[in-house]
Design a protein around this ligand. Structure first.
Ligand SMILES: Cc1cc2nc3c(=O)[nH]c(=O)nc-3n(C[C@H](O)[C@H](O)[C@H](O)COP(=O)(O)O)c2cc1C
Length: 201
């Protein structure tokens, strides 16, 4: 199912087509597909090239591992993620390797790696849906996450599926309209709140 962004100005096709579905087909990903997703993430930029991102992955074709990861997600997310073929947890290393000081941009950099992964997935005919709805303490305990690392997001990845078999509330979400605030309220020039001329104000 397509839900293209209603853009005010032209954007790259992958950005326009990306959205966060709740309906996934059970079709599994190959190992090489999965590796490509993380390769894309690995080549994201980061502050001081610290690469503060880490990932834990579970595929649905390993039912025990998949159930373990699913159990860390909020019940609302479990309801649809259980159909997805792949789930990823992302983590941030909170201190710099170079000097042990706090890395104020670690979460930002994990977000950059995540978006690389999401767009790589889109380029392969896959979709990704990121989540904050998970139990962070349970993730740390379940996976033995060392101190100094923080769980950031979960990401479900898979081929697009059919929402017809999902419960009514999820079907509604699958079909709901996508919305964004206008560019004029996001981009300023000279002083906070003043929109730039190129936005046609
Ligand atoms: C950091 C982050 C956390 C999110 N958490 C959840 C979540 O827990 N459950 C969920 O269904 N969607 C979650 N989303 C998806 C957003 O609701 C979605 O990206 C937003 O509504 C915009 O829709 P779009 O991605 O289809 O453009 C999250 C997205 C991000 C980036």
């Amino acid at each position: 199912m397509e839900k293209p962004a209603q853009v005010e100005y032209p954007v790259h096709e992958l950005i326009g087509r990306r959205w966060s579905p709740v309906a996934f087909s059970g079709r599994p990903l190959t190992g090489s597909d999965i590796a490509s997703l993380f390769e894309a993430a690995r080549w994201a930029p980061s502050s001081f090239n610290e690469q503060p991102w880490r990932f834990i992955v579970a595929a649905r074709d390993d039912p025990e591992e998949f159930a373990r990861m699913l159990s860390c997600l909020s019940p609302g997310n479990q309801a649809w993620v259980r159909h997805a073929p792949l789930v990823i947890l992302t983590f941030a290393k909170l201190a710099f390797d170079r000097n042990g000081k706090p890395n104020r941009h670690a979460l930002h950099d994990v977000g950059l790696a995540a978006e690389n992964l999401v767009l790589q997935a889109m380029s392969m005919g896959l979709f990704a849906h990121q989540m904050a709805g998970f139990d962070s303490a349970k993730v740390v305990e379940t996976y033995g996450v060392p101190g100094g690392f923080e769980p950031v997001t979960a990401i479900a990845v898979g081929y697009p599926g059919d929402a017809d078999s999902l419960p009514e509330d999820l079907r509604r979400r699958q079909h709901s309209k996508r919305a964004r605030v206008s560019l004029g309220s996001l981009v300023f020039t000279k002083v906070w709140g003043e929109p730039p001329d190129f936005l046609g104000a």
